[in-house]
Design a protein around this ligand. Structure first.
Ligand SMILES: Nc1ncnc2c1ncn2[C@@H]1O[C@H](COP(=O)(O)OP(=O)(O)OP(=O)(O)O)[C@@H](O)[C@H]1O
Length: 238
């Protein structure tokens, strides 16, 4: 059974059809990338899975069970954490207060100290800056904090929306390294929305390509990286 399965998912904004019946399947422990140009519907797909948007058709299954009737906070409690584009950290709270907010839906309260220790192991910079206000962190550090906060929910699945957006090349590399580490050490399943197809395909096991609301290609990252259509549209001429 797939940990997350999306079947015929349709989402519209009024008359605009953002997703026109997409199918997507993610196995436990995988990193799956969702690639596509601006406006393809990538953010919409993540927001629909998190129940932040109403859906017009189809189904979303977590461990084989439909979650389309589950409220937003229920989705987090099930073990699905969403790191939105732009990170969504609380600028006037400290690093440690932001991390604590990640624990509200955590059903295993006794696991919180270990989770915090793990976050600080993966992100030593956050421990160094735990009393600093999140709004004064650099963009890359805020992205780390957003990932750390998602880890604090004790999630099984992370939905990551353009984690490399707006970061310097050094931080882009660091963010992808950390995503790979979270997946490898904790077994967290990751659905990664990215415009940086090059990097995304390097760390993901499989990928899907979304174009104007439809999945037009899917395959292993290796196959996608060699596909002439992906090369032409998303990887530049290499
Ligand atoms: N709140 C909204 N109201 C109306 N249309 C919207 C809304 N949000 C998104 N859309 C439209 O839905 C389509 C898909 O948008 P979405 O943000 O999912 O794309 P995306 O692939 O994430 O793009 P980007 O890479 O630019 O973030 C676009 O045509 C967008 O203009």
């Amino acid at each position: 059974m797939s940990i997350l399965e999306i079947k015929g998912l349709s989402v519209s904004y009024g008359a605009i059809k953002a997703l026109e019946g997409i199918d997507l399947r993610i196995e436990e422990g995988e990193i799956v990338s969702l690639l596509g140009a601006n406006g393809a519907g990538k953010t919409t797909a993540l927001r629909a899975i998190s129940r932040l948007l109403p859906i017009q058709g189809g189904d979303i299954l977590f461990q084989g069970k439909s979650i389309t009737q589950v409220p937003v906070h229920g989705v987090v409690s099930l073990g699905i954490a969403h790191v939105p584009e732009g990170r969504g950290v609380f600028p006037s709270l400290t690093v440690q207060e932001n991390l604590k907010l990640g624990t509200w839906a955590n059903k295993r309260k006794s696991a919180i100290p270990d989770l915090r220790q793990e976050v600080y192991r993966i992100f030593p910079r956050l421990e160094e800056r735990k009393t600093q206000l999140a709004g004064t962190l650099s963009g890359g550090e805020q992205q780390m904090l957003a990932l750390g906060r998602a880890m604090m929910t004790d999630c099984r699945v992370m939905l990551l929306d353009e984690p490399s957006m707006g970061l310097s090349p050094l931080f882009v590399k660091e963010v992808f390294r950390v995503i790979k580490e979270i997946n490898a050490t904790k077994g967290t399943t990751i659905l990664l929305v990215e415009q940086n197809a090059n990097m995304a395909l390097k760390i993901a096991h499989r990928g899907y390509v979304l174009e104007t609301g439809n999945i037009v290609l899917e395959g292993t990252s290796k196959d996608l990286a060699h596909d002439p259509r992906v090369k032409e549209a998303y990887l530049g001429h290499q």
